[in-house]
Write a protein that binds this ligand. Structure first.
Ligand code: GLA
Length: 395
């Protein structure tokens, strides 16, 4: 059964009636462009054929109640009384976060019964939380009134989801995950400019396949590592800004700025180890943005070898300069790269655990999957680039 079918069945069993709407949103696999989104940079994700489905129906009393086959305890809240200072704990905070963001924008969020199902393993670096927020946001918006889901309304839904996650849930994520979940295009990667929020589909040739390998190491963006990297990127930008005020985000920085940053840090008396770290963080972001541009071009001309090389360089940079890899992720990348037909592999998502994405020749992908599954606790799976969030079934 698909997640949507399971969500409808769960809804029927839990609430004793049929849902009026079912919204579905995909997880994402980022091919390249990591830790660039929160500095206004470039990313190249695909929306995956792993989905979260939310079945919803009206409920009296203005209360939103959510249950799920995935989590033990139901959550319920009055959208008007949610407060970021006192968020709901556990999985329910993502449901509450998007409800809070929509309510704060002036939407009359209706009372609703909700049932959630998903194929996206939580904590695997495939943005299960973004998919949950987008699917809940789409269902609540649709119940609040008629919405025609075009690129502009999807883009603003992505914005509300990010706002809810940042402000209500206290997770300082960037814009990539929600944009990918909302704007995904079947058969394509999305070149996203996280400054302008412009999205350009890049078709993936049939002879290239995407495989995701779950390291089994769970990651959590609210723990120290991820916010710490954001803070370091911001500190590097602030230091560079003392000499180059026109640089508004590291997206605007060029390789020559690294020397200027080094001088600015030395002049400010930064300890050598901190200077090396901050220059490394900035170098990763500057070079990663360049790699994304080159990767989109390589993919566009079907050049798997160049694309794979860039993915491998990205992983090395995330390991050595950005410090977000783990020995487990490094071992998976090495194992994948040693197999025939693998053009490139890298950690995908925020790092500190989660998954590795591999670009593999389609002709050899079955053998690749078998070899990686034998090596892995969490398994390896083929990912088909899919469309973005949608209302799957009404009534
Ligand atoms: C997480 C965040 C994204 C992005 C990536 C790293 O997935 O949610 O916004 O910053 O990490 O590229």
């Amino acid at each position: 059964m698909t997640p949507a079918e399971r969500a409808v069945a769960g809804f029927l069993e839990t609430y004793g009636t049929a849902p009026c709407i079912t919204a579905v949103a995909p997880g994402r696999v980022n091919l390249i462009g990591e830790h660039t989104d929160y500095q206004g940079g470039l990313v190249l994700p695909v929306a995956a054929d792993l989905r979260t489905a939310v079945a919803a129906g009206p409920a009296g009393g203005g209360i939103v109640k959510a249950c799920s086959g995935l989590f033990p305890d139901p959550v319920s809240f009055d959208p008007g009384s949610l407060s970021p200072g006192n968020p709901i704990e556990g999985w329910g905070r993502y449901v509450a976060g998007i409800a809070w963001a929509l309510y704060s924008s002036g939407m009359a969020v209706p009372g609703a019964d909700i049932y959630i199902e998903s194929d996206i393993p939580p904590g695997s670096g495939l943005s299960s939380s973004a998919a949950l927020e987008v699917a809940v946001g789409m269902a609540l918006s649709a119940m609040a009134g008629s919405v025609s889901w075009d690129e502009s309304s999807l883009r603003s839904l992505a914005g509300f989801c990010q706002l809810g996650e940042n402000e209500y849930c206290g997770v300082p994520c960037g814009s990539m995950d929600h944009l990918a979940a909302c704007l995904g295009v079947s058969g394509s990667a999305l070149l996203l400019d996280c400054r302008t929020l412009e999205a350009s589909p890049v078709p993936i040739p049939g002879d290239l396949s995407i495989v995701v390998c779950d390291s089994g190491e769970r990651h959590d963006l609210s723990t120290a590592g991820y916010p710490g990297r954001q803070a370091e990127a911001a500190a590097a930008l602030a230091s560079l800004g003392t000499r180059r005020p026109e640089v508004q985000s590291l997206r605007d920085a060029v390789p020559e700025d690294l020397v200027i940053l080094e001088e600015a840090l030395a002049a400010a008396g930064a300890p050598a180890s901190e200077a090396v770290r901050l220059v490394g963080r900035a170098r990763h972001i500057i070079e990663e943005n360049r790699r994304v541009r080159l990767a989109a071009e390589a993919l566009g001309r079907g050049d798997g070898a160049s694309m794979g090389r860039l993915m491998r360089e990205s992983h090395d940079s995330l390991r050595d300069l950005y410090g977000v890899s783990t020995p487990g992720l490094d071992a998976l990348v090495e194992a994948a790269m040693a197999l025939p037909g693998c053009f490139g592999a890298r950690l995908t998502g925020g790092g500190f655990g989660g998954s590795v994405v591999c670009l593999v020749e389609t002709g050899g992908v079955e053998g690749f999957l078998a070899a990686m599954s034998a090596f892995l606790p969490g398994g390896a799976r083929l990912v088909r680039p899919s469309g973005g969030a949608a209302i799957e079934r009404i009534g």
